[in-house]
Design a protein around this ligand. Structure first.
Ligand code: 48F
Length: 262
């Protein structure tokens, strides 16, 4: 067995995928439940989709369940998406279902990749790329290890027809846009309004309404959508994240159609 052959297999395969991810229909920042669900629905419909995840692990806040108990709760609408993924959900009471968070994360990730989405972990989105009219046309990426170790190393870029900010509570891509391009988001103030205290029912309702194009070429999904539009957090109920991911895929597909020359 040739060790160098093993190394060559890994690097050649990886860089082929990375090169393909450099020009995509949809680039997604964050492989939490919202980002991976969006990636699944987009890839399933044939959109070239890449997800960039800062951490070693995927799933964002999902594997940790509620306060480290690796269970999550979904309501009926969220369960329908889990049914489609083949994730088991056991009826609890009050219209709620209980789900093993590790089964959910691993299955959604697997479904997204098998549908054709590329998920690249240990890569951080550190900026956006723009063109005339300040339209967002891609992402600026660096290895997470570079920022963690504070190395002074320039990033690389990828091009996309639309970007989805699925970075969770920090809504990092939207905050970068406000910092660099001014308070021009489609919110009341043009800025990130900031997440409100816990109110699960309202948070779950508003997250889907908040999943939209917040800046030309930029959609916001999942907890980032709640944070950007100033909606309440909802804790360890995850139906809204799945529904928001699905909605983000629909909005992204419309934008891809709009900007793709016939
Ligand atoms: O935080 P996260 O799980 O966001 P989500 O998909 O789901 C939120 C829930 O987990 C939970 C909740 C439920 O009620 O409130 O918090 O909206 O996943 C976001 C992912 O984005 C990654 C981060 O590591 C996480 O895995 N991320 C954040 N910033 C960046 C990033 C960045 N700049 N570049 C790449 N990945």
């Amino acid at each position: 067995m040739d060790e160098v052959l093993i190394s060559r297999a890994i690097t050649e395969s990886y860089f082929k995928e990375f090169a393909e991810a450099m020009d995509v229909d949809v680039a997604i920042a964050g492989a939490g439940p919202a980002g991976m669900t969006a990636a699944y629905y987009l890839a399933k419909e044939g959109a070239k989709t890449a997800v960039f995840e800062r951490q070693l692990h995927v799933g964002g806040g999902m594997p940790g369940g509620g306060m480290m108990f690796n269970r999550i709760v979904v309501q009926e609408e969220g369960k329908q998406i889990l049914d489609e993924f083949g994730v088991r959900a056991e009826e609890y009471e009050g219209g709620l279902y209980i789900v093993d968070s590790l089964e959910a994360v691993s299955t959604i990730c697997s479904k997204a990749i098998k549908a054709g989405a590329r998920i690249l972990n240990l890569i951080s989105v550190e900026d956006v790329m723009i063109r005339e009219g300040d339209v967002i046309t891609g992402l600026v990426l660096n290895w997470s290890a570079v920022s963690w170790s504070k190395l002074h190393i320039d990033p690389l870029t990828i091009k996309s027809k639309v970007v989805i900010d699925a970075t969770g509570h920090d809504s990092e891509v939207c905050r970068i846009v406000v910092r660099k391009l001014g308070p021009k988001l489609k919110t009341q103030t043009g800025e990130v309004l900031g997440e409100k205290p816990m109110w699960a029912q309202r948070g779950e309702r508003e997250i889907v309404e908040n999943t939209r194009e917040v800046y030309p070429g930029l959609i916001v999904a999942g907890m980032a959508a709640s944070a950007v539009f100033g909606s309440p957090r909802m804790g360890a109920i995850f139906g809204g994240m799945l529904l928001s991911g699905k909605r983000a895929a629909e909005v992204a597909a419309e934008i891809v159609q709009r900007v793709t020359p016939l």
